[in-house]
Design a protein around this ligand. Structure first.
Ligand SMILES: [Zn+2]
Length: 277
């Protein structure tokens, strides 16, 4: 169910004059309406790049505010007590929703060690597990309280401000990992360029997002509308958008599969910065 606060915000957006109808990736203005929920919230598909996204959009500053103060998603966002954290660390997050061991095994088969960026790392449970697995890891998290919690209580390195990530040296990382983050962003027009810039040539980009393949069909939309878009999910990724976009950004896609309703993507940066584009 939608919450009243979100629906009030949607109604206010409709009432407050012209709305931004542009694609959050390519900024094209024409999109097809695939369907809606709560009458007012639509899933649209860009007629230029094929990205499926939620309408109405929100301004990036509203999105930032939401993730600083309002976003709630169980263990992803709730900061554990001292005792809870002690238990989680002792069991190394095994059998919790934040157990990344399967994803770490997958990454290890491509890049066994090196510098890793956990993009959208919340309070650092992934950064900690990557450190344990031998990667030299830093996290990026826009929510200041969660970033501070990770630095303070897990002793991991988390940067918090957009300027900091934009100012990281180019070709800094062997791996960029981003798990259930890209579907929350208000605008992705620069994100693939950023990943490209920050990765070394031959480096691995690992993306995990909800699998929204088929949402452009009537039956697929019905089946997936509960999670494909809404208050939290601004963008619904499918295999064809991801593979096309990664290829356009000089990545070669090595793995793209559906795993428990999650799209798992492993792509390799194939050219150095000077050769590309
Ligand atoms: Zn587009």
């Amino acid at each position: 169910m939608a919450n009243i606060k979100y629906l009030t915000k949607v109604v206010t957006t409709y009432l407050s004059g012209p709305m931004d109808e542009t694609c959050p990736f390519c900024h094209h203005t024409q999109a097809e309406v695939l369907g809606n929920k709560y009458f007012l919230v639509q899933l649209r598909k860009c007629q230029n790049c094929g990205l499926m996204f939620r309408f109405p959009k929100e301004k990036p500053e509203e999105n930032l505010r939401f993730y600083q103060f309002d976003y709630k998603e169980g263990l992803t966002t709730d900061l554990p007590s001292n005792l809870e954290l002690k238990n989680l660390l002792e069991r190394q997050f095994k059998n919790t929703t934040k157990d990344f061991s399967g994803k770490i095994d997958l990454l290890k088969s491509y890049v066994p060690k090196g510098k890793l960026l956990d993009f959208g790392c919340s309070w650092g449970y992934g950064v900690w597990q990557f450190q344990q697995a031998g990667y030299d890891t830093i996290g990026f998290e826009i929510s200041q309280p969660r970033a501070e919690f990770g630095s303070k209580y897990l002793g991991v390195d988390i940067i918090n401000r957009l300027e900091e990530i934009n100012n990281l040296a180019k070709e800094s990382f062997d791996v960029i990992f981003t798990s259930h983050v890209l579907e929350h962003l208000p605008d992705i027009s620069n994100v693939f360029e950023l990943f490209y810039k920050l990765l070394k040539t031959g480096g691995i980009l690992a993306i995990f997002v909800p699998n929204c393949d088929g949402c452009n069909t009537l039956s697929g939309f019905k089946k997936k509308k509960s999670f494909a878009f809404g208050e939290k999910h601004t963008i619904a990724y499918d295999s064809s958008f991801l593979s096309q976009t990664l290829e356009n950004h000089k990545f070669s896609v090595h793995l793209l599969k559906d795993h428990h309703s999650e799209l798992q993507v492993i792509a390799k940066k194939i050219m150095n910065l000077n050769e590309a584009f």
